[in-house]
Ligand binder design. Structure first.
Ligand SMILES: CC(C)(COP(=O)(O)OP(=O)(O)OC[C@H]1O[C@@H](n2cnc3c(N)ncnc32)[C@H](O)[C@@H]1OP(=O)(O)O)[C@@H](O)C(=O)NCCC(=O)NCCS
Length: 174
């Protein structure tokens, strides 16, 4: 059975738990120390931080996290630069940024990714939610986001990526 938990804060030991799965899924940092310094210890203290985790027995099989995106943060400033100005004015800044979602290869295709995204985004106070993903509409992550109501707002940062947006639960954009 898969257990889902969502937390509004995360500690250094939480990062130590997430790291092996993060590394297995993304493999974009050489070691835990560099990921902690460059990513985890900066992200986990941001306003609006939220972490969703999925466990099977005691094994972490999935995670997703995000936080409030604000001007002055690297991704928010880059997104403002690549999106059409009228789209950026409407969506960027004060949004919830879905930074990362990953599921262990042994646990994929069973609904864990969808539950993680739903749990992470449920009842957020933000009006607007943003993420960046591949431009390939056939990619599993793209299909997941499409089916959860996310829509492409424009090209992303770097090649072959898009920025997607979704309204928060109950939000109405003026
Ligand atoms: C994307 C990811 C999180 C999906 O996790 P998952 O637990 O396998 O997803 P689910 O079983 O909840 O499936 C949800 C939806 O995703 C899509 N999906 C999942 N696996 C898919 C596959 N192999 N091919 C196509 N679509 C797929 C489908 O739309 C699926 O809905 P459906 O089952 O009703 O068709 C997982 O594949 C993963 O960790 N990928 C690598 C990391 C990554 O790309 N993260 C996103 C970065 S932006």
């Amino acid at each position: 059975m898969t257990r889902l938990r969502v937390d509004d804060s995360a500690s250094v030991p939480d990062g130590v738990e997430v790291w092996p799965l993060y590394d297995a899924v993304f493999a974009d940092h050489p070691d835990l120390a560099s990921w902690r310094e460059g990513v985890w210890d900066r992200h986990r203290v941001r306003d609006g931080f939220r972490l969703a985790r999925a466990h099977r027995d005691d094994e972490l099989v999935g995670f997703a996290y995000g936080y409030t995106g604000e001007p002055g943060q690297w991704w928010t400033d880059q997104a403002r630069g690549v999106l059409p100005p009228e789209v950026a004015d409407r969506w960027v800044g004060g949004h919830f940024e879905l930074v990362s979602v990953g599921v262990a290869s042994s646990a994929r295709g069973c609904g864990v990714g969808r539950e993680l995204v739903r749990s992470l985004c449920r009842d957020l106070p933000h009006e607007r939610l943003l993420l960046m993903t591949t431009a390939d509409p056939a990619d599993p992550a793209r299909r997941l986001y499409d089916s959860e109501g996310w829509r492409v707002l424009g090209r992303g940062i770097g090649s072959a990526t898009v920025i997607m947006g979704r309204l928060g639960d109950g939000a109405v954009l003026s």
